[in-house]
Design a protein. Structure first.
Length: 165
């Protein structure tokens, strides 16, 4: 009897390890919806990766095929959630990093889009800097107006015409 319990416990442990996690385990890596919206959208679609199964044989074989299919589906759903959240601009934080929870725990003010500056090309950073300078310029800061003009010229040379939204 104890021999049959061990595989069941191993299967349960494997399935528990495949669950998606909360926002504290994710960091924002680009533009996109909030974590809650992205997670909900991915949750709605994750069942589309499930595979059915057909098993004919002894009851033990059929049960084993069902358990194997459930484990395979859990792994496929976890992969789908990971990839879906990456497409939405969220990535699992490496183990040991606090990720998004660090700013909440320290009481630091939130930054735009949950990150200090968008990763990737200089264009993302320049657009965010231009937007900040534009807001300050509208408020009457003359130095920010000069920064906005310099960044605007640099962005226009790259084929991007920044304008306030």
């Amino acid at each position: 009897m104890k021999i049959k319990v061990l595989p069941a416990l191993c299967a349960a442990a494997a399935l528990c390890g495949c669950q998606t996690s909360n926002q504290a385990d994710y960091v924002q890596i680009g533009y996109g919806p909030s974590f809650d919206v992205a997670h909900a959208q991915c949750e709605l679609q994750k069942r589309s990766v499930d595979q059915g199964y057909i098993a004919i044989g002894s009851p033990g074989f059929v049960a084993g095929a069902g358990i194997g299919n459930a484990i395979g589906n859990a792994i496929a759903e976890d992969d789908f959630m990971r990839n879906c959240l990456i497409i939405s601009g969220w990535k699992r934080a490496p183990h040991g990093q606090a990720g998004a929870a660090a700013s909440v725990a320290t009481g630091a003010p939130p930054t735009p889009f949950g990150i200090a500056r968008a990763p990737g090309s200089w264009i993302n950073t320049a657009l965010l800097d231009w937007s900040d300078a534009n807001n300050k310029c509208v408020a009457g800061d003359k130095a920010a107006c000069a920064t906005r003009a310099k960044l605007g010229a640099k962005l226009k040379s790259a084929g991007i015409n920044p304008s306030p939204v």
